[in-house]
Design a protein around this ligand. Structure first.
Ligand code: ATP
Ligand code: MG
Length: 369
């Protein structure tokens, strides 16, 4: 089996590392200038620019049976063109919808799935009107190319309008404007869907973000209940079926009162599922490759309470020595402020153990240069 991955970051790396025992070989496709150190030594690395044709790329990847993505910001036309040569999972339509916030929100609305109240704008006057209609505070998000809180502007009152000055000068801007959600928690649900449409779910994970970047995850989610898990599963099933999705699909949600509002979808393995590497019988990375390669899925059953802490621009050396039950995953990337360079998974006998371990790691991190 040969898999081509569009992208060469840590998610691609972990797909390979999780499937060493499955006899799958990999080719990773980077754009010119894109970092590739996370996948060094793990397969062929191909640099493709806008002029590389689908056929050239397919050949350069070693004619894989399937091509997948590790990021949503990929050229959908390229995915469509590659479909003439091999299977593309998730399919180009699923990527096209989930890579664009407005398309994604309309898709969710059509399925009757609750989201934050929003409006869209494609020029400055429209943007101003939308903000006035929704009322402060709002979050303005670019429709494309946003991740880790980038390309987002949080406006608490009209004085913050200046933040958008630069954007205002830009003639064409496609943004969604969301009313600020006063959520009690953020959770995510990951599912894996096979070509036959069978779905398996991981348990709800509770996520804490700092400055729009995921910092810690915990599962089971302290806020979870059976009802919340079932609601999330029902939403994700509707979404995955409507997209005829194959592979791992992630859904980020706000918990508002006793409701679940979907914030965004990711057509790929997801940072909030990294804890499954130690915490579940089969992790998200292995199950993604299994699903797209038509191999039987592994069990998504959780082994024990688990958590994850992201390393943003710095490393904790040997955390397993100071914090019992922790495992370091290092991405082989150079440290830059705020950059995701690794994560630490923690396991515990109880959720309280996991919370304690995360607190200890956070304390260590705050004293690390
Ligand atoms: P990522 O790709 O890392 O998940 P992102 O840049 O795509 O992030 P979002 O997930 O939409 O962007 O937003 C990042 C975080 O900002 C959310 O997890 C949440 O903490 C906060 N946030 C986003 N939208 C809202 C909202 N409407 N109200 C309140 N907080 C919000
Ligand atoms: Mg998000």
């Amino acid at each position: 089996m040969r898999v081509g991955v569009l992208g060469s970051g840590q998610l691609a790396r972990m797909m390979k590392l999780a499937t060493q025992h499955l006899n799958v070989s990999f080719a990773f496709v980077a754009e010119p200038g894109e970092a590739t150190e996370a996948v060094h030594g793990l397969g062929d690395v191909i640099v493709a620019d806008a002029n590389t044709t689908a056929e050239q790329l397919y050949d350069a990847m070693g004619q894989p049976q399937v091509v997948t993505v590790e990021k949503e910001h990929v050229d959908v036309a390229r995915l469509e063109a590659l479909s003439a040569f091999c299977t593309v999972s998730p399919n180009p339509k699923a990527v096209s919808i989930t890579q664009h916030r407005e398309r994604e929100k309309h898709f969710l609305q059509q399925l009757g799935i609750p989201t934050a109240e929003f409006a869209s704008a494609s020029h400055p006057a429209q943007l101003k009107q939308a903000i006035e209609k929704l009322g402060y505070p709002v979050i303005v998000k670019s429709c494309e190319s946003g991740y880790d809180g980038k390309n987002q502007w949080r406006l608490r009152h009209c004085a913050d309008w200046e933040q958008l000055q630069q954007l205002m000068e830009n003639e064409s801007l496609d943004v969604v404007i969301e009313r600020w959600v006063d959520f009690s928690a953020e959770v995510s649900l990951l599912a894996v869907r096979t070509v036959d449409g069978a779905l398996s779910y991981y348990p709800l994970t509770q996520n804490r973000h700092v400055n729009g970047i995921l910092f810690t995850s915990q599962a089971p989610a302290p806020i979870a209940s059976e009802r919340l898990q079932r609601t999330a599963e029902a939403y994700l099933q509707k979404i995955a079926d409507a997209l005829d999705y194959v592979g791992v699909l992630a859904m980020e949600c706000f918990v508002v009162g006793d409701q679940l509002w979907v914030n965004e979808l990711a057509p790929r393995v997801h940072n909030s599922g990294h804890w499954t590497q130690q915490g579940c019988e089969t992790c998200q990375f292995e199950n993604h490759i299994r699903a797209i390669s038509h191999l039987p899925l592994g069990s998504t059953t959780q082994r024990c309470p688990a958590g994850m802490l992201n390393l943003l621009g710095k490393k904790i050396a040997a955390p397993e020595r100071s914090v019992p039950g922790s495992v370091l995953h290092w991405y082989n990337k150079t440290c830059k402020p705020g950059r995701k360079v690794g994560h630490i998974n923690v396991l515990g006998l109880t959720s309280a153990d996991v919370e304690n371990a995360l607190r200890q790691l956070e304390a260590t991190l705050s004293t690390t240069q």
